[in-house]
Ligand binder design. Structure first.
Ligand code: FAD
Length: 295
């Protein structure tokens, strides 16, 4: 099913996975997926390694989810290191499999820069255009957005301008970078609305189970760790159980606040683990708007 269509009629709960490197990792991922399938997520997504490094693994995991479960799947695709021919092949393959949802991304620029940035798509907007030009409405297209701005964006005006370009090119919905202070998300959505951006912007939620790992991620992607979160978790950095307990409690409060402010969905960065996400879901499920199955 196309996520853009689903979002028009129901609240979305979704989970993100990365393709594991080993057979054991894949077996563990499918145990996680089976556990999370019990709560009937709206969709799950599979990330794409920088520079196409997980091209086959992303495809194979997405295909297995599509064929072995009842869950709608979205494949991430980064365009930065691919030629247009390669992008065409990847998309045609997804179409042949029957996967209808793509998260269209640029990907991070490699540390040594781009060897040949002219051969494919330089920015995500070009990938969105490429998909629409070659596949029409066959794919529902999601794009990334950044409530605290992308690290390369000089300011928020720039951020919104280029986000709007992706929407005008044909994106149906967006998932945000992780954030820990909802004020950033609310301000971002308000500014988008003022600019006439009306697609659903789904907040990306990162349940914290390992604080030092999340601090590193946050630095890389420009997400602020608020002082209250530091005070909550820093004293327990050597205590994984207490970190998970407190991290889950924090995420529950964050999600409750987002739900009471009418978000279109919640997207959980699971890091391939089900425990924290399931605990958060169980705590907030009674507050999730009822799905309208009649439409
Ligand atoms: P873009 O939208 O192209 O933006 C990148 C930067 O370029 C921004 O600063 C933007 O303002 C600027 N820009 C855009 N267009 C122009 C233009 N025409 N001229 C000048 N500047 C411009 N990475 C992965 O490798 N694999 C994944 O699976 C993955 N999944 C992700 C999922 C989500 C929900 C999010 C939020 C991020 C994900 N990322 C993933 C990270 C993402 O690839 C990086 O943040 C990357 O650096 C930017 O990708 P983008 O699609 O946002 O790029």
């Amino acid at each position: 099913m196309k996520i853009g269509e689903i979002l028009k009629r129901e609240f979305s709960v979704s989970f993100e996975f990365f393709p594991p490197k080993s057979a054991e990792g894949e077996a563990e991922l499918f145990r996680t997926i089976k556990e999370l399938e019990t709560i009937r997520p709206t969709f799950v997504s599979v990330t794409y390694g920088a520079g196409g490094s997980t091209r086959d693994r992303t495809r194979n995991i997405a295909k297995r989810i599509h064929t072995e479960t009842n869950i709608t799947v979205m494949a991430h695709l980064t365009c930065i290191a691919h030629s247009k021919e390669e992008i065409m092949q990847i998309l045609q393959d997804y179409k042949d499999i029957g996967i209808e949802n793509i998260l269209a991304l640029r990907g991070d620029v490699p540390k040594d820069g781009l060897k040949d940035s002219t051969k494919g798509c330089k920015y995500a907007v070009e990938l969105v255009r490429f998909i629409r030009e070659n596949f029409g409405d066959w794919f529902s297209i999601g794009v990334a957005s950044y409530p605290e701005k992308h690290p390369e964006s000089p300011n928020m005006d720039w951020e919104i301008k280029h986000f709007k370009e992706k929407v005008l090119a044909g994106a149906d919905f967006s998932i945000t970078q992780m954030f820990f202070d909802n004020t950033y998300y609310y301000r971002f959505v308000e500014r988008c609305q003022r600019e006439g951006i009306n697609i659903p912007i789904i907040p990306g939620i990162m349940p914290i189970t390992n604080f030092s790992q999340i601090k590193k991620f946050a630095i890389m992607c420009g997400a602020t760790i608020p002082q209250n979160l530091v005070e909550l978790l820093e004293p327990y950095s050597d205590n994984p159980e207490e970190t998970t307990k407190r991290g889950v409690e924090f995420a529950i409060k964050q999600c409750e606040d987002l739900l009471s402010n009418g978000v279109p969905g919640l997207h959980f960065y699971t890091l391939n683990k089900s425990k924290a996400t399931l605990l958060i879901y169980q705590a907030i499920k009674h507050k999730i708007p009822i799905k309208d199955l009649s439409v």
